[in-house]
Design a protein around this ligand. Structure first.
Ligand code: HEC
Length: 144
């Protein structure tokens, strides 16, 4: 049994080393049309959303460690696919309004930022005051 465990752990370590060679794409495409929102709103988005919903993703060292890197890369790819603040100003105003509503919904229900993210980035957790700032922006009638 001890022998088996020994081989098992050696295999596990080799597998861990092996998967590090599977490359992921840590891209940051050009910022084409970054959102033009009041600074207090934008700063919240930058702190809590930009890593997954913009082309300004920060890629610290642990984003290179598989299998965590795979999860992060997928979240960023999917996050950008749903909402990309770096392309926000390309949208027509009715589209923006739609997205604003959706943003407030996600934030209000505590679904965004993703829990896995706030676990690693506790500062990204939005408190009630911060949520209210987003609410006012999202449900107000201003065009930006
Ligand atoms: C760790 C990555 C991550 C962070 C941080 C993050 N999101 Fe997301 N977001 C995703 C992913 C992945 C999806 C798509 C899958 C899903 O809905 O769970 C998504 C989807 C969304 C959607 C679209 C929902 C839909 O149904 O189409 C909105 C709106 C959104 N996020 C807003 C935000 C806002 C606002 C913040 C910051 C307060 C934020 N997200 C932070 C990863 C993230």
């Amino acid at each position: 049994m001890r022998r088996f465990l020994k081989y098992f752990f050696v295999l596990l370590i080799l597998a861990f080393i092996g998967i590090q060679f599977i490359e992921i794409e840590k891209t940051n495409p050009p910022i084409i049309a970054d959102i033009n929102a009041p600074a207090e709103v934008k700063n919240l988005f930058k702190a809590a959303c930009y890593d997954c919903h913009s082309n300004e993703t920060k890629w610290p060292w642990y984003t290179s460690v598989a299998p965590l890197s795979w999860i992060i890369e997928k979240d960023v790819r999917e996050g950008r696919g749903h909402l990309n603040f770096s392309e926000w100003e390309l949208m027509k105003s009715d589209k923006k309004a739609e997205y604003k509503k959706e943003i407030w919904e996600e934030v209000n229900e505590g679904k965004m930022p993703l829990a896995i993210y706030t676990y690693i980035h506790p500062n990204a957790k939005l408190d009630i005051t911060q949520k209210n700032i987003i609410r006012q922006w999202a449900l107000g009638n201003k065009s930006n």
